[in-house]
Design a protein around this ligand. Structure first.
Ligand SMILES: Nc1ncnc2c1ncn2[C@@H]1O[C@H](COP(=O)(O)OP(=O)(O)OP(=O)(O)O)[C@@H](O)[C@H]1O
Ligand SMILES: C[C@@](O)(CCO)CC(=O)[O-]
Ligand SMILES: [Mg+2]
Length: 393
């Protein structure tokens, strides 16, 4: 393999988190969403071990858990699948998920962290499918809060797929280049497909918007599995408030589907209304404001769209008391907010208009943080997944 021949046994990849500007949940049912990458990353470093070491090690720094599996044990469970098949992204069958869960359970997984088990299963699936049974150590660390609506699961799957593919025959990169590098278009499409397979293990029924925006970066419009890149021609500033209320995307997505099957007509109208909001979002941010007045008119429209989108998300059943507190607080400052990602807690976006003074933002942040929430801003619309051969971080 190229990298092994070149003596580069360790690589690092990073994939950004995201915010959904409009259309979460609706996108799972084939309606449009608009999402943007943010400059908070999940970083994966992968070091191939020498052949005499016989384990695959996974170190999850953010949650403080380490795993180590003897290669022979993993082979026992998975070798009948004929991996690796790095160029053919393949869905993990329910039966194989069960076998992977058994491999995770053997590692005395703490009861309280059970939600994290699916992430470890996704790792095992991606690892063995792409690299087979080579000994290695994989270390994951992230700037993103895990399970808070900023696409931590997608960034994890994208960064992992990128690191694994970099050691497979499916990716050809020049290992002598320095700094963060982009993948070729065909490589990036392949790794996005693998990341989607990982997301399926974590989410159950992902739309693909999160892994696509993490892979390709920038701002995208997404509908029925198809992505369109969007040129955002206006400055977008969002305050992100993490309510720190834990939630699980898989359960929230399943609850919305159940509500849809109970009330198909009403839910269809709600989802159609959300799609109109996403379409208007994409039109507004692509337009060029000719002066400050038209910029602030556009910002007001986006604020209204966020309020409407939030109202519709409430009717899908994915808001939460903590989210409502953020909404009421920002409303006092005449600022519009909506939940982002799966909801049920997690993060809320507040649009910060260009003319808003820093003093007002500081006061708002102080008030929100007095509830125990955490506020921050992030750069919107940066690059997607990248790789480094010289330990850039
Ligand atoms: N840095 C990480 N280390 C280990 N596991 C992670 C990491 N990031 C994500 N995961 C996995 O993803 C799961 C969280 O995914 P989930 O989809 O529920 O939340 P999210 O992706 O942060 O939010 P959303 O899907 O709404 O954007 C965790 O329980 C874990 O299995
Ligand atoms: C809730 C959801 O729409 C977005 C999660 O970030 C799920 C998905 O699209 O896969
Ligand atoms: Mg997720």
């Amino acid at each position: 393999m190229e990298r092994e021949r070149a003596g580069k046994m360790e690589i690092t990849t990073r994939a950004p988190g995201k915010i959904i500007l409009a259309g979460e949940h609706a996108v799972v049912h084939g309606y449009t969403a608009v999402a943007s990458s943010i400059d908070l990353y999940t970083v994966v470093s992968l070091r191939l071990s020498t052949e005499d070491e016989d384990t695959i090690k996974l170190q999850l720094n953010d949650i403080g858990l380490d795993f180590s599996w003897p290669i022979e044990r993993i082979k026992e469970v998975l070798s009948h699948l004929g991996s690796p098949f790095s160029s053919t992204p393949t869905t993990c069958s329910l039966e194989t998920v069960k076998s992977l869960t058994a491999l995770v359970d053997e590692q005395s997984f703490p009861e309280t962290r059970i939600g994290l088990a699916s992430g470890v299963c996704a790792f095992l699936w991606l690892y063995t499918s792409i690299l087979g049974f080579k000994p290695a150590t994989v270390i994951v660390s992230s700037d993103l809060p895990v399970g808070a609506g900023l696409g931590s699961s997608a960034a994890y799957c994208v960064a992992l797929s990128a690191a694994l593919l970099a050691f497979s025959d499916s990716v050809k990169l020049d290992v002598n280049q320095k700094g963060w590098l982009m993948f070729e278009e065909t490589e990036v499409e392949l790794l996005n497909k693998w990341a989607f397979e990982g997301e399926k293990i974590i989410h159950g029924r992902p739309s693909g918007v999160d892994n696509s925006v993490s892979t390709f970066g920038n701002v995208i419009k997404f509908k029925s599995g198809n992505m369109t890149r969007i040129n955002c021609n206006m400055p977008l500033r969002m305050l992100i408030t993490n309510t720190k209320v834990g939630r699980d995307t898989k359960a929230l997505v399943a609850n919305v589907s159940a509500r849809k099957s109970r009330h198909p007509d009403a839910m269809c109208s709600v989802l159609n209304a959300i799609e109109s909001i996403s379409d208007e979002w994409s039109t507004i941010i692509q337009s060029h404001a000719v002066d400050d007045l038209s910029l602030s008119t556009n910002e007001e429209k986006l604020g209204e769209l966020m309020e409407m989108n939030q109202g519709l998300l409430l009717s899908l059943g994915v808001s939460h008391a903590s989210i409502e507190i953020v909404l009421q607080t920002t409303m006092k400052y005449k600022l519009a907010s909506k939940l982002t990602g799966a909801g049920g807690g997690g993060c809320v976006l507040t649009l910060l208009p260009t003319q808003l003074s820093g003093a007002v933002v500081d006061k708002l942040v102080e008030e929100l943080e007095s509830y125990g929430y955490q506020c921050f801003t992030a750069g919107i619309g940066g690059k997607g997944v990248q790789i480094s051969f010289d330990g850039s971080s």
